[in-house]
Design a protein around this ligand. Structure first.
Ligand SMILES: [Cu+2]
Length: 129
């Protein structure tokens, strides 16, 4: 009788372990599924590098309907980013923002922090496709 109890315990343990194994396998699967949907679902990232007195790209392209994480790096000087028509502001306190651009179009990116003589020249575009 003791053997049967031991067997039952072993089978129970084996089941528990295999259940753990199965749920363990799902975790690597989930990101893979995300990156597979990737063109559809993965987060987009835009990095804006600011110097005196320009942003590193004239245009930053993103896709509509997908979350975008925008970050600001002040490589030279102190600058802040404001994107017209989108509620996004980046400054020294909050250097990243995530939002979902809904409407395709071209949105003006400007520096919203008076930074010097070239301040008004600091313009780029966020192009939502
Ligand atoms: Cu400025």
């Amino acid at each position: 009788m003791k053997k049967i109890a031991a067997l039952t315990a072993i089978i129970g343990l084996a089941l528990a372990l295999s259940a753990c194994g199965a749920s363990g396998e799902k975790k690597p699967d989930a990101p893979a599924a995300n990156s597979g949907a990737g063109e559809g679902g993965a987060a987009q990232e835009v990095k804006i590098v600011a110097t005196n007195f320009k942003f590193d790209q004239a245009e930053y392209k993103v896709k509509a309907g997908q979350p975008v994480t925008i970050s600001l790096e002040n490589k030279e000087g102190l600058h802040a980013v404001q994107i017209s028509g989108v509620k996004v502001k980046l400054d020294n306190n909050s250097k990243t923002a995530t939002f979902t651009p809904e409407k395709p179009g071209s949105y003006d990116i400007i520096c919203s922090l008076p930074c010097g003589p070239g301040h008004l020249d600091m313009k780029s575009k966020l192009v939502v496709e």
